[in-house]
Design a protein around this ligand. Structure first.
Ligand SMILES: [Zn+2]
Length: 61
């Protein structure tokens, strides 16, 4: 199908000017130092905060 009123290059580019992805906001894990996302458990050691720490599956078992 052909659109009745095709958007101009300018209108299309203006609309897509908001589509860019922002870089991930990573912070260092206070326990092991690897980069982790805020409010997420650390993928390396499972640390969340002083009270909570998740068990992470390691290669040893
Ligand atoms: Zn960690």
């Amino acid at each position: 199908m052909v659109p009745a009123r095709k958007a101009s290059k300018s209108a299309k580019r203006n609309r897509r000017s908001h589509h860019a992805l922002k870089p991930l906001n990573l912070s260092a894990c206070p326990k092991c130092g690897t980069a982790k996302m805020p409010h997420r458990a650390c993928a390396n050691c499972g640390y969340v905060n002083a009270k909570i720490s998740l068990k992470v599956q390691t290669e040893e078992g």
